[in-house]
Design a binder for this molecule. Sequence first.
Ligand code: UDX
Length: 447
Amino acid sequence: MKVTVFGIGYVGLVQAAVLAEVGHEVLCIDVDAKKVENLKNGQIPIFEPGLTPLVQQNYEAGRLLFSTNAAEGVAHATVQFIAVGTPPDEDGSADLKYVTAVARTIAEHMTEPKVVIDKSTVPVGTADKVRAVMTEKLKERGVDIDFNVVSNPEFLKEGAAVADCMRPERIVIGTDNPDAIDPIRELYEPFNRNHDRMILMDIRSAELTKYAANCMLATKISFMNEMSNLAEMLGADIEKVRQGIGSDSRIGYHFIYPGCGYGGSCFPKDVQALIRTAEHIGYQPKLLQAVEQVNYQQKYKLPTFIQRHFGDDLKGKTFALWGLSFKPNTDDMREASSRVLMEQLWAAGAKIKAYDPEAMNETQRIYGQRDDLELMGTKESALQNADALIICTEWQNFRAPDFDAIKKALKEPVIFDGRNLYDPERLEKRGFTYYGIGRGASINPVL
Ligand code: UDX
C-alpha cells in the first residue's frame, strides 16, 4: 500500500520506517531540505535504538522515500499522515500552524479522494479545524473532492520507539465516517494480526485519549514525587513504599518511580496543553495544575540538596554530572532535569564536568562553549577532582560503578542521586554521604 507521511520528526520518521519495513511504500515529505538530503545519505537526525538500520535498509529497498516536494507527496497515496510538530506557543497551548499548513497543502494539490490521518498530538477539536482548512482550500480552487480526516494518536516512547511502533499495545482510530476505516485497517493489518488492537471511536475521544494517557502517566509520577517529599520529611524510604504499593495490581509497578522530575517532548508539553484547553473552556483543571507544579519543584530538588550541603555560594566547586538526556536511551534534552540542575549550579558559581552516553553533542548544541561546562569522554574522567557526583539520568551503565574508584576520584565522597540507583545503607557503609530522592533515613528526617 502507498502512504505519505508529512513531517520527518520523531513520530513521522519512526512510523514511516516501520510501515516501510512491513512492505508499504512510504514517501516522507519535509520542508527541511537538509534533513531530507541527510536521510538520503543514511544520516538519521535523532538517536533511537534500531532506527538507523531500519531507515537505511528500507531506503535502499526503495520502500522508504524522502522528498521536499509536497505536490509529489499528495499525489503519491490516498493515505496521508500528518506527523508534524505541535510546539507550545507562549501560553503553553499547542501551536497548530504546522498541522494546518500541511492540511492546506494536501487540499491544494489533491485531485482525488484522500484519507488524512492526524498523528501529531493535537488538542481536541483539531480534526474539525483540519477539515475546515481543507474545505476552504478546495472551495478556493473551485473543486469538490471527497476526503476524510482521522485521528490516530501515537503512543511511542523515546528509546523504545521502534519496538513500540512495531508491536503497538493499541491502535486508536478516531473517525466520524466508517468509510475511512477500510484503508486504515489494511494499513495496520500487519501490526494487528494476532489479536485486534484497533480501538475505534469518534474523533474527539481519540484526540482526548492521547492527552489522557500522557497526563495519567505524568500524574502517577508527580504523585510519587509528592510521596517522596513526604517520605523524606517523615523518615521513610520511598523505594520501600514504591514496592509496597506497586505490588497492588490495581496500582502496578509502572510509572511510580520517584526522581528529579519528568522531562521529554511529551509529558511537560501535553500536561500544559490540556491545562490550557481546559482553561479556554472555563474549567479549572486543579489536578493537572498540581501535577505540573510538583514536577517543576522536583527539578529543583537536587540543586537544593547540593546547596544545603555545600552552601549557597558554589564558587570554586566542580561537580561531576552523570546523565544529561531526559531519560536513558535517547539523546533528547528537551525539558531534561539536568538542564535545570546545571543552570542552577552555574548561577551559584559552580563548574560542571558532564558525561552522557548519547547526549553530549546535544548539550554542546544547546549550551555551546562555556568555561563552566566541560564535556567528558567517560564517566570516570568526569569524576576526577570533582567535589561530588550528581546523577540525573538512569543509564544502565551507571547502575553498578566502581565505588572505590569514585571515592578516590572525588574530593569528598558525596553522591546526589536523582534516580535512586543505589542502596543508601550500602553507600553509607562505604563511607559515602548519599542523597537520594525521598529516602528519609539518609536525608536527616525532620521528625
Ligand atoms: C511518553 C509516553 O510514555 C509515551 O507513551 C508518549 O507517546 C510520549 O510520552 P517519553 O516522553 O518518550 O514517552 O518517555 P517516558 O519513558 O514516558 O518518560 C517520560 C519522563 O518521565 C522521563 O523524564 C522519565 O525519567 C520520567 N519518569 C518515568 C519518571 O520520573 N518516573 C517513572 O516512573 C517513569
